[in-house]
Design a protein around this ligand. Structure first.
Ligand SMILES: Cc1cc2nc3c(=O)[nH]c(=O)nc-3n(C[C@H](O)[C@H](O)[C@H](O)COP(=O)(O)OP(=O)(O)OC[C@H]3O[C@@H](n4cnc5c(N)ncnc54)[C@H](O)[C@@H]3O)c2cc1C
Length: 616
């Protein structure tokens, strides 16, 4: 197993007729060509547009109220809110959104292309970590592959669409770490509801919003093994609940950002509906290489970017907001002289503000356990095995079938590890293990290891050095082992699954042969080999209590410390990774941030108006 892309190991491998076994392979092989063709067309049309644009003339320095760097998950929400008529700016703010990629590729809207798209360079940044110690042992060079989405919609075009809000305790902890009650769950539930348009099976108005605006959320429509999963949970004492409401240890159905069988990322949710607003200008294929700050006052006044090979400068009257994601926001700040002084000095970059940018890097690690065999045929679903011409036709004509699922996943559980129980965290902290059915994954929620991002050189085009230091905190491996045991026990000992004859295959993982199968040592060895990222990178520009907090890069309103007119708004500001998937939290953060920004500038503008009125 040399691949870092999760293999689809379903809970069952019952024999079934494979109508056209090579369909998935043929599709995967032609994908790069299709994407290259689409990408070149898109880029070419943008190039021509850039030549004609009135705003884009040589010798003219453009100026905007706000410049947003990165049109990904967070950037899309910000562009929508800041350019809105209903917002504090009344539609009067001029916004420039600079995005390094182009439009999302239509093939990405097919959920079943999730796995093959993870290897297509046209739509992503193909980052790798440095080799890891005592983890990732089964991966090539012990490096973890960390793709990130490129283009309008960012990583929401690439992710596996699982929609999870995570636990209230996670955000209450954010409030504690940032020193601001604004981030308590009860105070941000409104923002979670603002960004979602919920059409899942758990709709109720206390926890969800269904107003036709925001990210469309629906419940997985494939039900393979779902009844058994929920039943097994009940047997061992876990209720079936909406894990996106007031999450408790429980089992539930999985919600996805999928509408009518198609991926619904932040581009259709937040950008496409507002593209025609005259005060929102979007430059695609524009890579920002530097944020400019005045030396004395540290006011951010403009950015340099490169679009179709031409280097340009643009000014910001009010603020620059960096939403380039957990890797690139940290990288851009460091390139601009904001970061650990010693590191910047070593690369010859003048340090303007000495801050722990790039530290506190967090992720969730997962380990897919399996394969399991099942004696009852027809119970499982596996894309690479079951995709057929019929499924393609079903998808095109009726938006249904196997092509509408990214991986076949449909069930989710949150539980406490035994470590969490021993520490008495069962009622006061969020569950620290997430289990996803098919492929069965274990995600330790309260990840404790901390890694870092550093520049490899002062060249803005160079990839940064990424080191998550997986398992450097001893709790993480213990929690993962606990999760693996839980998943195997669930599948092998509950009546609900025993009825189907579910068994873990009786073959040890290469490298772990010396340990007894199902022993703690075996699971530890397995997890150290099959250490897979959940792609939940965050924390590299961490929010904290302000200038006195040695771990903080931004304050509780997401303003870069010691700077003026500069914020970071994306997954990098998370002080701690919450206990589930990160996308919903990123959108919530962006919605909250736009309230801060609009409130602040409404107050400034009102005060100027009052002063003027007073004078005249
Ligand atoms: C493979 C994968 C699967 C995932 N699955 C899930 C899931 O199922 N559920 C879930 O909740 N979360 C999932 N996640 C995580 C989730 O998608 C991310 O946390 C979230 O999208 C991050 O949003 P962001 O705004 O921080 O960054 P992004 O969405 O990555 O946005 C950053 C944007 O900035 C642009 N950019 C970067 N540098 C520059 C620059 N210098 N100049 C201009 N533009 C720039 C990029 O092109 C990109 O568009 C997954 C992530 C991955 C990679």
């Amino acid at each position: 197993m040399a691949s870092t892309v999760p293999n689809v190991l379903t809970l069952g491998l019952a024999p079934q007729a494979n109508i056209i076994p090579s369909l998935a392979t043929a599709f995967t092989n032609t994908l790069p060509l299709l994407l290259l063709w689409y990408g070149l067309r898109d880029q070419n049309s943008d190039f021509r547009q850039s030549r004609n644009s009135q705003n884009y003339q040589k010798n003219v320095v453009e100026e905007y109220d706000f410049i947003i760097v990165g049109g990904g998950s967070a950037g899309s929400v910000l562009a929508n809110r800041l350019s809105s008529k209903g917002g504090g700016g009344g539609g009067n703010f001029k916004i420039l959104l600079l995005e390094n990629g182009g439009n999302p590729n239509p093939i990405q809207s097919i959920p079943a292309t999730y796995t093959p798209m993870l290897k297509v360079p046209q739509v992503l940044y193909d980052y790798y970590t440095v080799p890891q110690n005592n983890s990732c042992l089964a991966l090539k060079e012990q490096r973890s592959y960390w793709p990130r989405g490129k283009g309008l919609g960012g990583t929401s075009n690439l992710n596996s669409m699982i929609y999870q809000r995570c636990n209230r305790h996670d955000y209450d902890k954010w409030a504690e770490l940032s020193g601001s009650d604004d981030w308590k769950f009860d105070n941000i539930l409104r923002n979670f509801k603002n960004v979602e348009d919920y059409h899942g099976v758990y709709y109720n108005e206390i926890w969800h919003s269904q107003d036709g605006q925001g990210l469309y959320v629906s419940t997985a429509n494939n039900t393979h093994l779902l009844d058994e999963f929920l039943e097994a949970g009940k047997e061992i004492g876990y209720e079936h609940r909406d894990v996106n409401g007031d999450q408790e240890p429980s089992f539930g159905r999985l919600d996805f950002s999928i509408k009518n069988g198609r991926r619904f990322g932040t581009y259709p949710a937040f950008l496409k509906p507002v593209m025609t607003r005259p005060n929102l200008i979007i430059y695609r294929y524009s890579r920002v290489t530097k944020i400019h700050l005045t030396e004395k006052t540290k006011r951010a006044y403009g950015v340099t970017y490169i679009r179709h090979g031409v280097k340009r400068f643009v000014r910001a009257k009010r603020e620059i907001i960096i939403s380039a994601g957990a890797i690139d926001s940290a990288k851009l700040l460091q390139l601009s002289g904001i970061g650990p002084k010693e590191h910047l000095d070593s690369l010859g970059i003048k340090c303007l503000i000495d801050l722990p940018v790039g530290q506190n890097l967090q992720d969730h690690v997962t380990s897919i356990i399996g394969p399991f065999t099942i004696e009852t045929p027809g119970k499982t679903m596996m894309l690479s095995r079951d995709a057929s011409i019929r499924s393609v036709l079903d998808f095109i004509s009726e938006n249904k079938g196997i092509m509408t699922t990214p991986s076949g996943s449909n069930g989710i559980a949150y539980i406490h590890s035994s470590l969490s129980r021993q520490r008495g965290n069962v009622t006061s902290k969020s569950p620290d293990i997430q289990i996803v059915l098919a492929p069965s994954q274990i995600v330790p929620g309260k990840y404790s290891s901390r890694g870092e991002i550093r520049l490899a050189s002062a060249d803005p085009m160079a990839k940064p050095i990424l080191d998550p230091k997986y398992f450097s905190h001893p709790d993480d491996i213990k929690i993962l082992v606990d999760g693996l045991k839980f998943a195997v026990n669930l599948a092998e000992t509950t009546k609900a699954f025993r009825k189907l004859g579910t068994r873990l295959i009786n073959r040890p993982f290469p490298g772990c042969e010396k340990f007894k199968l199902r022993s703690d040592q075996y699971y530890e060895c397995y997890a150290r080999h099959m250490t897979l990222t959940e792609y939940h990178l965050c924390g590299t520009c961490s929010m904290g209590k302000g200038q006195e907090d040695p771990n903080a890069v931004v304050d509780s309103k997401l303003r870069v410390l010691h700077a003026r007119g500069l914020r970071v708004v994306d997954a990098s500001i998370f002080p701690e990774v919450p206990n589930g998937n990160t996308h919903a939290a990123v959108l919530m953060v962006a919605d909250r941030a736009s309230e801060y920004i609009l409130d602040y500038w409404a107050r400034v503008d009102n005060s100027i108006r009052r002063k003027r009125a007073h004078r005249s």
